[in-house]
Design a binder for this molecule. Structure first.
Ligand code: NAI
Ligand code: MG
Length: 351
Protein backbone atom coordinates (compact mmCIF):
# COMPACT_ATOMS: atom_id res chain seq x y z
CA UNK A 1 0.00 0.00 0.00
CA UNK A 2 1.07 3.56 -0.63
CA UNK A 3 0.42 6.05 2.20
CA UNK A 4 1.28 9.62 3.14
CA UNK A 5 2.18 10.44 6.73
CA UNK A 6 2.68 13.99 7.99
CA UNK A 7 5.35 14.11 10.68
CA UNK A 8 5.28 16.89 13.27
CA UNK A 9 8.38 16.44 15.49
CA UNK A 10 7.59 19.42 17.75
CA UNK A 11 9.82 20.44 20.66
CA UNK A 12 12.12 19.02 23.33
CA UNK A 13 12.50 15.26 22.99
CA UNK A 14 9.79 15.29 20.26
CA UNK A 15 12.27 15.21 17.32
CA UNK A 16 14.33 12.44 18.99
CA UNK A 17 11.45 10.05 19.61
CA UNK A 18 9.81 10.80 16.26
CA UNK A 19 13.04 9.96 14.41
CA UNK A 20 13.02 6.56 16.11
CA UNK A 21 9.37 5.91 15.18
CA UNK A 22 9.93 6.90 11.54
CA UNK A 23 12.85 4.46 11.33
CA UNK A 24 10.60 1.72 12.66
CA UNK A 25 7.86 2.60 10.14
CA UNK A 26 10.42 2.50 7.34
CA UNK A 27 11.56 -0.95 8.47
CA UNK A 28 7.97 -2.16 8.49
CA UNK A 29 7.34 -0.68 5.03
CA UNK A 30 10.36 -2.54 3.69
CA UNK A 31 9.42 -5.84 5.29
CA UNK A 32 5.76 -5.76 4.22
CA UNK A 33 6.34 -4.04 0.85
CA UNK A 34 4.47 -0.82 1.50
CA UNK A 35 5.60 2.63 0.59
CA UNK A 36 5.17 5.31 3.23
CA UNK A 37 5.88 8.90 2.24
CA UNK A 38 6.88 11.18 5.10
CA UNK A 39 6.33 14.94 4.91
CA UNK A 40 7.64 17.14 7.73
CA UNK A 41 6.10 20.30 9.17
CA UNK A 42 6.27 22.40 12.32
CA UNK A 43 3.92 22.69 15.31
CA UNK A 44 4.19 24.16 18.80
CA UNK A 45 7.27 26.09 19.90
CA UNK A 46 9.22 25.26 16.74
CA UNK A 47 6.36 26.71 14.67
CA UNK A 48 6.17 29.83 16.85
CA UNK A 49 9.89 30.40 16.31
CA UNK A 50 9.69 29.95 12.54
CA UNK A 51 6.22 31.25 11.67
CA UNK A 52 5.00 33.13 14.74
CA UNK A 53 2.07 30.72 14.85
CA UNK A 54 1.84 27.43 16.84
CA UNK A 55 -0.13 25.85 13.98
CA UNK A 56 0.84 27.44 10.64
CA UNK A 57 -1.49 27.17 7.64
CA UNK A 58 1.09 25.17 5.70
CA UNK A 59 1.13 22.56 8.48
CA UNK A 60 -2.66 22.22 8.31
CA UNK A 61 -2.53 21.93 4.52
CA UNK A 62 0.10 19.21 4.63
CA UNK A 63 -1.93 17.27 7.20
CA UNK A 64 -5.04 17.62 5.04
CA UNK A 65 -3.24 15.99 2.13
CA UNK A 66 -2.03 13.06 4.21
CA UNK A 67 -3.51 9.78 5.47
CA UNK A 68 -2.37 10.15 9.09
CA UNK A 69 -0.31 12.39 11.38
CA UNK A 70 2.57 11.37 13.65
CA UNK A 71 3.47 13.89 16.34
CA UNK A 72 6.22 14.14 18.97
CA UNK A 73 5.41 16.63 21.72
CA UNK A 74 5.23 20.38 22.12
CA UNK A 75 6.23 22.95 24.71
CA UNK A 76 9.11 24.06 26.87
CA UNK A 77 10.27 26.81 29.22
CA UNK A 78 11.27 29.03 26.29
CA UNK A 79 7.61 29.74 25.48
CA UNK A 80 6.09 29.55 28.98
CA UNK A 81 5.55 33.29 29.30
CA UNK A 82 4.08 33.78 25.83
CA UNK A 83 0.54 35.18 25.50
CA UNK A 84 -2.10 32.46 25.33
CA UNK A 85 -2.47 32.40 21.51
CA UNK A 86 1.28 32.04 21.05
CA UNK A 87 1.73 29.10 23.36
CA UNK A 88 2.87 25.73 21.99
CA UNK A 89 -0.09 23.73 23.38
CA UNK A 90 -2.43 26.06 21.50
CA UNK A 91 -1.13 24.36 18.34
CA UNK A 92 -2.17 20.97 19.72
CA UNK A 93 -5.61 22.13 20.81
CA UNK A 94 -6.17 23.75 17.41
CA UNK A 95 -5.09 20.72 15.38
CA UNK A 96 -7.41 18.45 17.43
CA UNK A 97 -10.31 20.83 16.84
CA UNK A 98 -9.51 21.47 13.15
CA UNK A 99 -9.52 17.77 12.31
CA UNK A 100 -12.37 16.97 14.74
CA UNK A 101 -10.21 14.42 16.56
CA UNK A 102 -12.80 13.82 19.27
CA UNK A 103 -11.72 10.39 20.47
CA UNK A 104 -8.42 9.99 22.27
CA UNK A 105 -7.46 6.35 22.83
CA UNK A 106 -4.87 5.63 25.50
CA UNK A 107 -4.14 1.95 26.07
CA UNK A 108 -2.22 0.88 29.18
CA UNK A 109 -0.81 -2.61 29.18
CA UNK A 110 1.65 -4.03 31.68
CA UNK A 111 3.86 -6.58 30.03
CA UNK A 112 5.81 -8.85 32.44
CA UNK A 113 9.19 -7.26 31.75
CA UNK A 114 7.85 -3.85 32.74
CA UNK A 115 6.71 -4.96 36.18
CA UNK A 116 10.02 -4.17 37.83
CA UNK A 117 9.87 -0.58 36.57
CA UNK A 118 6.55 0.09 38.26
CA UNK A 119 6.55 1.49 41.79
CA UNK A 120 3.37 -0.57 42.39
CA UNK A 121 3.43 -4.14 43.66
CA UNK A 122 3.75 -6.80 40.97
CA UNK A 123 0.49 -8.51 41.95
CA UNK A 124 -1.40 -5.24 41.44
CA UNK A 125 0.09 -4.52 38.05
CA UNK A 126 0.47 -7.92 36.44
CA UNK A 127 -2.87 -8.35 34.64
CA UNK A 128 -3.47 -4.75 33.63
CA UNK A 129 -4.85 -4.28 30.13
CA UNK A 130 -7.05 -1.21 29.96
CA UNK A 131 -8.03 1.43 27.45
CA UNK A 132 -8.87 5.01 28.38
CA UNK A 133 -11.22 6.67 25.87
CA UNK A 134 -10.95 10.39 26.49
CA UNK A 135 -13.23 12.99 24.85
CA UNK A 136 -10.80 15.39 23.19
CA UNK A 137 -12.56 18.32 21.54
CA UNK A 138 -14.98 19.55 24.20
CA UNK A 139 -15.15 20.41 27.87
CA UNK A 140 -13.00 22.75 29.90
CA UNK A 141 -10.13 23.02 27.40
CA UNK A 142 -12.41 24.47 24.72
CA UNK A 143 -14.95 26.42 26.80
CA UNK A 144 -15.42 30.17 27.15
CA UNK A 145 -12.74 31.70 29.29
CA UNK A 146 -11.48 35.02 30.47
CA UNK A 147 -9.04 36.51 32.89
CA UNK A 148 -8.26 39.84 34.43
CA UNK A 149 -5.61 40.50 37.04
CA UNK A 150 -7.93 39.52 39.86
CA UNK A 151 -10.35 37.02 38.41
CA UNK A 152 -10.36 34.24 35.84
CA UNK A 153 -12.84 31.66 34.62
CA UNK A 154 -12.85 28.56 32.39
CA UNK A 155 -16.18 26.98 31.51
CA UNK A 156 -17.14 23.35 31.03
CA UNK A 157 -19.78 22.70 28.37
CA UNK A 158 -20.88 19.50 26.66
CA UNK A 159 -23.65 19.01 24.11
CA UNK A 160 -25.67 15.82 23.67
CA UNK A 161 -24.13 14.96 20.25
CA UNK A 162 -20.61 15.45 21.63
CA UNK A 163 -21.28 13.00 24.44
CA UNK A 164 -23.21 10.54 22.28
CA UNK A 165 -20.44 10.05 19.76
CA UNK A 166 -17.69 9.40 22.30
CA UNK A 167 -19.93 7.07 24.31
CA UNK A 168 -20.85 5.12 21.15
CA UNK A 169 -17.19 4.91 20.28
CA UNK A 170 -16.32 3.54 23.74
CA UNK A 171 -19.11 0.94 23.65
CA UNK A 172 -17.93 -0.21 20.21
CA UNK A 173 -14.35 -0.55 21.45
CA UNK A 174 -15.47 -2.40 24.60
CA UNK A 175 -17.23 -4.91 22.34
CA UNK A 176 -13.91 -5.72 20.69
CA UNK A 177 -12.29 -6.29 24.09
CA UNK A 178 -13.52 -7.74 27.42
CA UNK A 179 -16.93 -6.02 27.11
CA UNK A 180 -16.74 -3.99 30.27
CA UNK A 181 -17.26 -0.23 30.21
CA UNK A 182 -16.59 2.15 33.11
CA UNK A 183 -17.96 5.64 32.59
CA UNK A 184 -16.17 8.18 34.78
CA UNK A 185 -17.84 11.44 35.80
CA UNK A 186 -18.55 13.75 38.72
CA UNK A 187 -22.32 13.39 38.57
CA UNK A 188 -22.75 14.17 42.26
CA UNK A 189 -21.65 17.75 41.54
CA UNK A 190 -21.59 18.67 37.85
CA UNK A 191 -24.53 19.07 35.46
CA UNK A 192 -22.37 18.12 32.47
CA UNK A 193 -21.66 14.85 34.28
CA UNK A 194 -25.35 14.22 34.97
CA UNK A 195 -26.10 14.64 31.25
CA UNK A 196 -23.13 12.36 30.48
CA UNK A 197 -24.44 9.68 32.85
CA UNK A 198 -27.99 9.90 31.41
CA UNK A 199 -26.67 9.39 27.89
CA UNK A 200 -24.59 6.36 28.91
CA UNK A 201 -27.75 4.89 30.51
CA UNK A 202 -29.75 5.52 27.30
CA UNK A 203 -27.08 3.98 25.09
CA UNK A 204 -26.75 0.84 27.21
CA UNK A 205 -29.75 -0.79 25.51
CA UNK A 206 -27.98 -0.68 22.13
CA UNK A 207 -25.02 -2.66 23.51
CA UNK A 208 -26.62 -5.35 25.71
CA UNK A 209 -23.48 -7.51 25.59
CA UNK A 210 -21.39 -4.81 27.30
CA UNK A 211 -21.55 -4.41 31.09
CA UNK A 212 -21.58 -0.82 32.30
CA UNK A 213 -20.62 0.83 35.56
CA UNK A 214 -20.54 4.50 36.55
CA UNK A 215 -17.69 5.69 38.70
CA UNK A 216 -16.94 9.08 40.23
CA UNK A 217 -13.64 10.53 39.10
CA UNK A 218 -12.15 11.02 42.56
CA UNK A 219 -12.63 7.43 43.69
CA UNK A 220 -11.59 6.23 40.21
CA UNK A 221 -8.26 8.00 40.74
CA UNK A 222 -7.79 5.85 43.83
CA UNK A 223 -8.97 2.56 42.29
CA UNK A 224 -6.89 3.05 39.16
CA UNK A 225 -3.72 2.42 41.16
CA UNK A 226 -5.08 0.09 43.83
CA UNK A 227 -6.93 -2.26 41.47
CA UNK A 228 -6.07 -1.30 37.85
CA UNK A 229 -6.63 -4.84 36.55
CA UNK A 230 -10.38 -4.44 37.22
CA UNK A 231 -10.72 -2.03 34.28
CA UNK A 232 -11.28 -2.79 30.62
CA UNK A 233 -12.54 0.37 28.82
CA UNK A 234 -12.82 3.67 30.69
CA UNK A 235 -14.73 6.49 28.97
CA UNK A 236 -14.56 10.03 30.28
CA UNK A 237 -14.56 13.73 29.46
CA UNK A 238 -11.52 15.73 28.38
CA UNK A 239 -9.87 16.90 31.61
CA UNK A 240 -10.66 13.81 33.70
CA UNK A 241 -9.16 11.68 30.90
CA UNK A 242 -6.07 13.85 30.75
CA UNK A 243 -5.40 13.44 34.45
CA UNK A 244 -6.33 9.76 34.78
CA UNK A 245 -4.16 8.75 31.84
CA UNK A 246 -1.03 10.35 33.32
CA UNK A 247 -1.87 8.61 36.58
CA UNK A 248 -2.17 5.32 34.70
CA UNK A 249 1.44 5.71 33.56
CA UNK A 250 2.48 4.75 37.09
CA UNK A 251 1.25 1.25 36.28
CA UNK A 252 3.87 0.77 33.59
CA UNK A 253 6.50 2.68 35.53
CA UNK A 254 7.13 5.33 32.89
CA UNK A 255 5.27 7.84 30.76
CA UNK A 256 7.81 6.86 28.14
CA UNK A 257 5.88 3.74 27.06
CA UNK A 258 2.33 5.06 26.73
CA UNK A 259 1.05 5.64 23.18
CA UNK A 260 -2.11 7.41 22.05
CA UNK A 261 -4.36 7.84 19.04
CA UNK A 262 -6.68 10.78 18.48
CA UNK A 263 -9.36 9.79 16.01
CA UNK A 264 -12.01 11.40 13.83
CA UNK A 265 -15.17 9.44 12.94
CA UNK A 266 -13.48 8.09 9.77
CA UNK A 267 -10.06 6.42 10.01
CA UNK A 268 -8.06 9.63 9.97
CA UNK A 269 -6.05 10.17 13.13
CA UNK A 270 -3.19 11.86 14.90
CA UNK A 271 -0.78 9.62 16.82
CA UNK A 272 1.46 10.83 19.63
CA UNK A 273 3.02 9.66 22.87
CA UNK A 274 1.09 10.54 26.04
CA UNK A 275 4.18 12.24 27.48
CA UNK A 276 5.30 15.81 26.88
CA UNK A 277 8.49 17.35 25.55
CA UNK A 278 10.57 16.51 28.68
CA UNK A 279 12.83 19.58 28.21
CA UNK A 280 15.19 18.56 31.01
CA UNK A 281 16.37 15.49 29.06
CA UNK A 282 16.03 16.94 25.52
CA UNK A 283 19.09 16.76 23.29
CA UNK A 284 20.80 14.15 25.45
CA UNK A 285 19.77 11.15 23.34
CA UNK A 286 18.33 9.30 26.35
CA UNK A 287 14.55 9.67 25.84
CA UNK A 288 12.49 6.50 25.74
CA UNK A 289 11.11 6.19 22.17
CA UNK A 290 8.75 3.30 23.04
CA UNK A 291 5.63 5.47 23.44
CA UNK A 292 6.09 7.04 20.01
CA UNK A 293 7.01 3.73 18.36
CA UNK A 294 3.85 2.17 19.84
CA UNK A 295 1.88 5.21 18.64
CA UNK A 296 3.17 4.41 15.14
CA UNK A 297 1.81 0.87 15.61
CA UNK A 298 -1.59 2.37 16.49
CA UNK A 299 -1.35 4.49 13.33
CA UNK A 300 -0.88 1.38 11.19
CA UNK A 301 -3.72 -0.41 12.97
CA UNK A 302 -6.36 2.32 13.10
CA UNK A 303 -5.67 4.53 10.08
CA UNK A 304 -4.24 1.99 7.61
CA UNK A 305 -5.95 -1.22 8.79
CA UNK A 306 -2.54 -2.95 8.91
CA UNK A 307 -3.06 -5.24 11.91
CA UNK A 308 -0.25 -7.64 11.16
CA UNK A 309 2.26 -4.81 10.75
CA UNK A 310 1.05 -3.14 13.96
CA UNK A 311 1.42 -6.41 15.87
CA UNK A 312 4.94 -6.83 14.49
CA UNK A 313 5.93 -3.50 16.07
CA UNK A 314 4.26 -4.32 19.39
CA UNK A 315 5.95 -7.71 19.46
CA UNK A 316 9.34 -6.20 18.63
CA UNK A 317 8.99 -3.67 21.48
CA UNK A 318 7.92 -6.28 24.01
CA UNK A 319 10.74 -8.62 22.90
CA UNK A 320 13.29 -5.88 23.50
CA UNK A 321 11.91 -5.32 27.02
CA UNK A 322 11.80 -9.10 27.65
CA UNK A 323 15.46 -9.34 26.70
CA UNK A 324 16.19 -6.80 29.43
CA UNK A 325 16.94 -3.69 27.38
CA UNK A 326 15.66 -0.39 28.77
CA UNK A 327 16.29 3.33 28.46
CA UNK A 328 17.20 5.22 31.64
CA UNK A 329 13.64 6.02 32.72
CA UNK A 330 12.91 2.29 33.11
CA UNK A 331 16.26 0.70 33.82
CA UNK A 332 16.06 -0.80 37.29
CA UNK A 333 18.93 -1.59 39.57
CA UNK A 334 21.79 -3.47 37.97
CA UNK A 335 20.56 -2.95 34.41
CA UNK A 336 22.55 -0.78 32.05
CA UNK A 337 20.51 2.01 30.46
CA UNK A 338 20.56 2.22 26.65
CA UNK A 339 20.42 5.45 24.66
CA UNK A 340 17.46 6.27 22.41
CA UNK A 341 19.40 5.11 19.35
CA UNK A 342 20.72 1.92 20.93
CA UNK A 343 17.26 0.93 22.11
CA UNK A 344 15.71 1.72 18.72
CA UNK A 345 18.39 -0.39 16.99
CA UNK A 346 17.22 -3.38 19.07
CA UNK A 347 13.64 -2.83 17.94
CA UNK A 348 14.73 -2.55 14.30
CA UNK A 349 16.70 -5.77 14.65
CA UNK A 350 13.59 -7.55 15.99
CA UNK A 351 11.54 -6.36 13.01
P1 NAI B 1 6.59 15.41 30.44
O1 NAI B 1 5.70 14.32 30.03
O2 NAI B 1 7.35 16.11 29.38
O3 NAI B 1 7.63 14.87 31.53
C1 NAI B 1 7.23 14.29 32.76
C2 NAI B 1 8.39 13.45 33.32
O4 NAI B 1 8.51 12.24 32.57
C3 NAI B 1 9.74 14.13 33.24
O5 NAI B 1 10.50 13.74 34.34
C4 NAI B 1 10.34 13.58 31.96
O6 NAI B 1 11.72 13.59 31.93
C5 NAI B 1 9.78 12.17 31.94
N1 NAI B 1 9.56 11.69 30.57
C6 NAI B 1 8.56 12.03 29.74
N2 NAI B 1 8.68 11.40 28.57
C7 NAI B 1 9.78 10.65 28.64
C8 NAI B 1 10.44 9.77 27.73
N3 NAI B 1 9.97 9.54 26.51
N4 NAI B 1 11.58 9.17 28.15
C9 NAI B 1 12.07 9.38 29.38
N5 NAI B 1 11.48 10.19 30.28
C10 NAI B 1 10.36 10.83 29.92
O7 NAI B 1 5.67 16.44 31.24
P2 NAI B 1 6.04 17.86 31.93
O8 NAI B 1 7.40 17.81 32.47
O9 NAI B 1 4.90 18.14 32.82
O10 NAI B 1 5.98 18.91 30.75
C11 NAI B 1 7.12 19.30 29.97
C12 NAI B 1 6.64 20.11 28.77
O11 NAI B 1 5.87 19.27 27.92
C13 NAI B 1 5.75 21.29 29.13
O12 NAI B 1 6.09 22.37 28.29
C14 NAI B 1 4.35 20.79 28.82
O13 NAI B 1 3.48 21.83 28.48
C15 NAI B 1 4.61 19.88 27.64
N6 NAI B 1 3.60 18.82 27.46
C16 NAI B 1 3.26 18.53 26.17
C17 NAI B 1 2.39 17.52 25.90
C18 NAI B 1 2.12 17.20 24.46
O14 NAI B 1 2.78 17.69 23.59
N7 NAI B 1 1.15 16.36 24.17
C19 NAI B 1 1.76 16.73 26.96
C20 NAI B 1 2.24 17.07 28.28
C21 NAI B 1 3.12 18.09 28.51
MG1 MG C 1 -1.66 15.47 29.62
Amino acid sequence: MEKKITVLPGDGIGPEVVTAAVEVLQAVAKKYEHSFHFAYATIGGAAIDQHNDPLPTETIELCEESDAILLGAVGGPKWDNNPSDLRPEKGLLRIRKHFDLFSNLRPVQAIPSMLKSSPLKEEIVQDVDLLIVRELTGGLYFGDRNRTDDEAFDSLTYTRPEIERIVDNAFTLARLRRKKLTSVDKANVLDTSRLWREIVEEKKAQYPDVSVEHSLVDSTAMKLITAPADYDVIVTENMFGDILSDEASVITGSLGVLPSASMRSDNFGLYEPVHGSAPEIAGKGIANPAATILSAAMLLQYSFGMSEEAKAIEKAVSNVFEKGYFTGDMAHKGVQALSTNEWTERVLAEI
